[in-house]
Design a protein around this ligand. Structure first.
Ligand code: FAD
Length: 631
């Protein structure tokens, strides 16, 4: 029997990024006792890295903007595979969530007349991203943390204990969810510093663990993005959807090698930056897909006029959705028109005065100067695609964020559905707040509705402890693997075989390799003891990465079309029949099974927001029978 530290809460939130903190605030405001558990330091999450801004149709810079336009843009960006109810809630509620942040202490950049300023971003019809320079995520996390501190001060006044109702457990990794019958009963984990085990008993758990980028070699994501939440949900019996859709951001740094993949924010293009190949050609005009032809300028003069007169001109093609721009860059480099280091040029220096660049893009200026010795006010950057975001995630009920497992909720990047096959820039930060809040509400009302608290079996605790300790026992077996080597090979294989452009044969090869990685991960051995042992941490994370990578590869093999963040070289077109199907992943044995799930038909008042001419690009004729004709 394993003796361990125990804590009991009403709601346990796993993850302290934007989604987790907003969920925790809501649950606490609903009167629940809440634990926030995060594997990194408190305040260090992907949310803090967000640069460009948060999308919300406030109409401050262009009064034509409203939630319906935002909804339309989001559905178009996701190529109509989005869960339309989530896209609707998101577009309707995002402005309130942004304003609410200012009541928590955030201060966004302002327009001349004092309103929250909004900037252009790819795929958004109007300037829509509220921002704080290019450090928006920092302000978001700072103000959510400030709100938590303020709630703790209220609790101190009421109870004499700051942590009476909300407590943060930082540098603590959850390795397993525990259940009582079908329902969630808590989570098991370890303190990263001491290696000691810890148990959280709770009738409701909110997953807010972010994404999976560390399964790929070139990524903008940091060490925490090992798909833990996705894997925890799967092993607890929940399902994942849309896992074939991975967003490769078009602009990551390509040089020097030590920083390859680090993000170059889309704001550079939103604020006027243009993409050129090694021949100096502004190549994006060659890559405007049919579905977007009426919305994007087909010549430089019109594209440039758009920055000062957006109402009478079409947008520059550099601001197409990310999947389109990433594929275009990939094609230019493959065609031999890349930069010396295998990217393309992104130039803002000839488009804005140096002072303006330093004011609008301070982090980018600093990042390139420090890491690549490039002054972006005087020369072009070299950029290329980098694995950035996973559209797929835990299948949730849109209004409550509850998964298919009672008591298990998910919000933020770990949840699936909202972004369909491709996310628009800025729509993640707003997603975190809208669905973080809803998850906190959903978890609280779930707890209120329970007749009795679930209980955890000691045998389940013992087996979670055995599972976590297994990498120490592997050292005693025959064949021994180094977890770092297996991780590096997994990343290379996912990049090469299930990356930005995919082929059936290559995905099959990836699946064979994943079977080998599974065996090798079981033999991944660590030495020493549990006190801060990064090799052990990686050996545990590796099993999650392999499970989640299998979801990506299996779903990618089944979807025989190209859409958003899933491009099949052998099936280059978008197929309207595939729009009607989602792919759902569940655990089967030590692997994953993928089945088809029909897409829910969009509510007719929402469908009516689109012209028939546009819908015809995505829907079959019989589906559109009865939809209104063009006026
Ligand atoms: P995160 O903020 O990543 O938080 C995840 C949390 O889960 C962390 O606290 C982590 O420690 C914890 N965790 C993970 N696993 C475990 C575990 N096993 N046990 C305990 N804790 C765990 N989006 C926009 O909308 N606008 C932008 O301008 C923008 N810029 C970006 C720039 C960069 C460089 C990057 C990488 C992303 C950017 N994004 C942007 C995307 C956006 O930042 C992320 O999608 C979003 O922040 C994810 O938030 P989250 O709350 O879901 O997860």
């Amino acid at each position: 029997m394993t003796e361990i530290e125990r804590h009991a809460y009403d709601v346990v939130v796993i993850g302290a990024g934007g989604a987790g903190l907003r969920a925790a605030i809501e649950a606490r405001e609903q009167g629940k006792r809440v634990a926030i558990v995060c594997k990194s330091l408190f305040g260090k999450a992907h949310t803090v890295m967000a640069e460009g801004g948060i999308a919300a149709a406030m109409g401050n810079v262009n009064s034509r903007d409203n939630w319906q336009v935002h909804f339309r843009d989001t559905m178009r960006g996701g190529k109509f595979l989005n869960n339309w109810r989530m896209a609707e809630l998101h577009a309707r509620e995002a402005p309130d969530r942004v304003w609410e942040l200012e009541t928590y202490g955030a201060l966004f950049d302002r327009t001349k007349d004092g309103r929250i300023s909004q900037r252009n971003f790819g795929g958004h019809e109007y300037p829509r991203l509220a921002h704080v320079g290019d450090r928006t995520g920092l302000e978001l996390i700072r103000s959510l943390q400030q709100q938590i501190v303020s709630l703790q001060q209220q609790d101190f006044r009421a109870t004499g204990d700051y942590e009476a109702r909300i407590r943060v457990f930082a540098e603590c990794t959850i390795t397993e969810l525990l259940k009582d019958g079908d329902a969630i009963a808590g989570g098991f984990g370890y303190w990263r510093e001491t290696g000691r085990f810890v148990l959280f008993e709770a009738p409701a758990v909110v997953l807010a663990t972010g994404g999976i980028g560390k399964s790929f070699k070139v990524t903008s994501n940091s060490w925490e993005y090992t798909g833990d939440g996705h894997a925890l949900a799967l092993r607890a019996g929940a399902s994942l959807i849309n896992m074939e859709f991975i967003q490769f951001h078009p602009t990551g740094m390509v040089w020097p090698p030590s920083v390859k993949g680090i993000l170059v924010t889309e704001s550079v293009r939103g604020d006027g930056g243009v993409l050129r190949n090694s021949e100096g050609r502004r190549f994006m005009f060659d890559y405007i897909p049919e579905v977007f032809k009426d919305k994007y300028a087909d010549n430089e003069a019109e594209a440039d006029r758009w920055y000062t007169d957006p109402d009478s001109n079409r947008r520059p093609p550099e601001l197409l959705p990310r999947d389109e721009v990433a594929r275009a860059i990939n094609s230019e480099v493959k065609a031999g028109r890349g930069t010396p280091h295998g990217g393309v040029f992104l130039d803002v220096s000839t488009r804005l005065p140096a002072e303006e660049i330093r004011r609008r893009l301070p982090s980018m200026h600093h990042q390139f100067k420090e890491l690549a010795d490039v002054d972006i006010t005087a020369e072009a950057m070299e950029v290329g695609p980098t694995c950035h975001y996973v559209m797929g995630g835990v299948e949730v009920e849109p209004d409550t964020a509850q998964s298919t497992v009672p008591g298990l909720f998910a919000a933020g990047e770990v949840a699936g559905g909202m972004h369909g096959s491709n996310r628009l820039g800025g729509n993640s930060l707003s997603d975190l707040l809208v669905f973080g809040r809803r998850a906190g509400l959903g978890a609280s009302s779930y707890v209120d509705g329970l007749a009795a608290r679930p209980s955890i079996q000691q045998s389940d605790v013992d087996s979670a402890a055995r599972w976590a300790q297994a990498p120490f026992d592997a050292a005693e077996g025959g064949e021994v693997e180094n977890p770092y080597t297996v991780h590096t090979e997994l990343q290379q294989s996912m990049n090469d075989l299930v990356g930005i452009i995919r082929k059936g044969g290559e995905i099959e090869k990836a699946l064979e390799k994943l079977e080998e990685f599974k065996v090798r991960a079981r033999n991944a051995a660590v030495e020493g003891h549990r006190q801060f042992n990064p090799g052990w941490h990686l050996a545990i994370d590796l099993r999650n990465m392999i499970l989640v990578s299998e979801c990506v590869a299996r779903a990618a093999l089944l979807r025989t079309e190209s859409r958003g963040g899933h491009t099949r070289d052998d099936f280059p077109g978008m197929d309207p029949l595939w729009r009607k199907q989602l792919l759902r992943c569940e655990v089967e044995g030590d692997g994953v099974s993928v089945t088809s799930l029909p897409q829910l038909e969009m509510r007719s008042d929402l469908l009516d927001l689109f012209e028939r001419e546009e819908l015809q690009k995505y829907y079959t004729d019989p589906e559109l029978a009865g939809h209104r004709e063009l006026p």
